[in-house]
Design a protein around this ligand. Sequence first.
Ligand SMILES: Nc1ncnc2c1ncn2[C@@H]1O[C@H](COP(=O)(O)OP(=O)(O)O)[C@@H](O)[C@H]1O
Ligand SMILES: [Mg+2]
Length: 264
Amino acid sequence: MFEDHEPHKGGAARVLAVVNQKGGVGKSTTAVNLAACLGGLGKKVLLVDLDPQGNATSGFGLNRGERQQCVYDALLGDVPVEQLIEPVEVEHVFVIPATIQLAGAEIELVSAFSREAKLKSMLAPIKDDFEYIIIDCPPSLGLLTINALTAAEGLLIPIQCEYYALEGLTKLLDSFRLVRTHLNADLTVFGVVMTMYDSRTRLSQQVVEEVRDFFEDKVFDTLIPRTVRLSEAPSFGQPITLYDPTGKGADAYRSLAEEVVSRV
Ligand SMILES: Nc1ncnc2c1ncn2[C@@H]1O[C@H](COP(=O)(O)OP(=O)(O)O)[C@@H](O)[C@H]1O
Ligand SMILES: [Mg+2]
């Protein structure tokens, strides 16, 4: 159980929001596997699922059985956040799950007091208990995502190696600047991770070049390859490090985790 773990000794957690308002670019895959690989490096990690779809929750096998409570209950209800933290199969890794109940939050937040800072307040009492807090965002720039941007110190932006990869990113960067100006002066773009890279196609290479021209050294050296194993793992409720520990996908996410740690 969560209570059995000693808080880590290094001060407040680094809070990273995995964000891109496009769906299907690899946010949840990155959130789950990065969390697992940071755990593998001995880092104490909390993954907060902020998407009503709950893909990060089910990605860690937490969707089974009926769940009474989810992140919603601490965000907009009065359930203490500590009660929502669940251990997973990977040592050092914990998850605050999301259920479809969170879908209502987007509307309820509109009229809530201090509506952009709900997640920040929710995380405040547990920030010292983890080294990393990773937030998996929904595919929109609505209030849930704005809450993630307000609570985070860095954005981790997955970009799929596909046509129009950069399309829509100006909108995300507009939101980033607005949040930085009005709500969270410390927010930075922590890094950009290229996902579903296919080394055999010229397109993948072109997209990486294009994104590197735009984001320069924000782009991680690690390229996440497109592999069937990465797409299969969630249906087994396992991160890639358990489902296919010796494959290319696990190697890539381990290497990404090392880059993340070295940037911090
Ligand atoms: N590197 C990859 N290789 C193959 N399939 C991937 C990879 N990354 C993600 N996928 C698959 O692509 C789909 C979208 O990924 P997901 O992480 O859910 O995106 P998002 O959270 O941005 O909507 C999922 O079916 C996922 O399993
Ligand atoms: Mg997702």
